[in-house]
Design a protein around this ligand. Structure first.
Ligand code: CP
Ligand code: NVA
Length: 333
């Protein structure tokens, strides 16, 4: 399997075996990191990481993974480059590709990361767009596999804003890994028919199902994983809070919902999360709408079923695997 020079733009661009190989490589890197074994294999390489939206996990994962692989890392923040306003995507891509060995991009339109990849002749890695969040799905499936020992045949229920970027990548990854996927949320925020149409044939081939529903009873004794995400994603207008709370409050992940899932079920969240009033946004929303916990209750977030911090750690190991595989040139003997 050769990933050298490839971009990592969306889960559906990769075969089942390629994705499994990425997960296996991440497991090896995690073992090495835990054992304190140095793996600075790219001391002469440098990468640029571009963020047009804010980030903690994705930025830090790319930085730490880059340093662990021995690389230099340049971070460009939302105001730190000419890209988009003073210089076209095509020109930015061609400049960065002259200076760097790989480019990460987080932003809005998927077309921007696709164009970067088109014009840059070095690997481009998608660190989240409005459409998808593929490195998140890899980290999540590493976490699920670590916990259950396997993936095939399990059921993942994404509850909430089912048309968002994280849900889209989880659906694609579930179909590829032979896991049943339930998108459970209000009809108004229903997952796009287009992405379902792309994933269904893959799911059928791999012996699993995709269910799109607004009925939380569908989780009854079925879900091995309950996954949720924020009700308002990066880049969406703050004025939408009221409407979202109305639509999504019935889909809050709380103890009663966890009890509907299998007894052995785990809780996952990509983070950041509004599960208490310890953030300024949660306090602002609380002042206007009176709600103290949003997509997940503090009780579930901090319960033994919650593996959210394992997930956060696994972002780094999986991102390292993606960078390693796409930058490592295998030489024929
Ligand atoms: N889960 C995730 O992508 O987190 P950040 O927005 O902090 O990168
Ligand atoms: N759906 C969220 C994911 C954050 C990691 C967002 O786009 O803000």
């Amino acid at each position: 399997m050769d990933f050298y020079g490839k971009d990592f733009l969306r889960i559906l661009d990769f075969s089942e075996n390629e994705l499994k190989y990425m997960l296996a490589t991440a497991r090896e890197f995690k073992k090495m990191k835990r054992a304190g074994q140095s793996h600075k294999v790219f001391p002469d390489k440098n990468i640029a990481i571009l963020f047009e939206k804010t980030s903690t996990r994705t930025r830090c994962s790319f930085e730490v993974a880059g340093y662990d692989l021995g690389m230099g890392v340049t971070y460009l923040d939302p105001t730190g480059s000419q890209m988009g306003h003073k210089e076209s995507i095509a020109d930015t891509a061609r400049v960065l590709a002259r200076l760097y060995d790989g480019i990460e991009y987080r932003g809005f339109d998927q077309k921007v990361v696709d164009d970067l990849a088109k014009y840059a002749d070095v690997p481009v890695w998608n660190g989240l767009t409005d459409e998808c969040h593929p490195t998140q799905a890899l980290g999540d499936f590493m976490t699920i596999e670590e916990h259950f020992g396997n993936l095939k045949g399990l059921t993942l229920a994404f509850v909430g804003d089912t048309r968002n970027n994280v849900a889209n990548s989880l659906m694609a990854m579930s179909a590829k890994m032979g896991m049943n996927f339930i998108a459970c949320g209000p009809t108004e925020l229903r997952t796009s028919d287009e992405i379902v149409a792309k994933c269904k044939p893959i799911a059928e081939k791999n012996g699993c199902t995709i269910t799109v529903t607004n009925d939380i009873a569908e989780l009854e004794s079925r879900a091995d994983v309950i996954y949720t995400d924020v009700w308002l994603s990066l880049g969406e207008p703050q004025e939408k809070w009221g409407e979202r709370i109305e639509l999504l409050k019935a889909y809050q992940v709380n103890k009663a919902m966890m009890e509907k899932a299998k007894e052995t079920a785990i809780f996952l969240h990509c983070l950041p999360s509004f599960h208490d009033l310890n953030t300024s946004i949660a306090r602002d929303v609380n002042k206007v709408f009176g709600i103290e916990e949003m997509e997940v209750t503090d009780e579930v977030f901090n319960s033994e079923q919650s593996l959210v911090f394992e997930q956060a750690e696994n972002r780094m190991h999986t991102i390292k695997a993606v960078m390693f595989l796409t930058l490592y040139e295998r030489r024929e003997k």
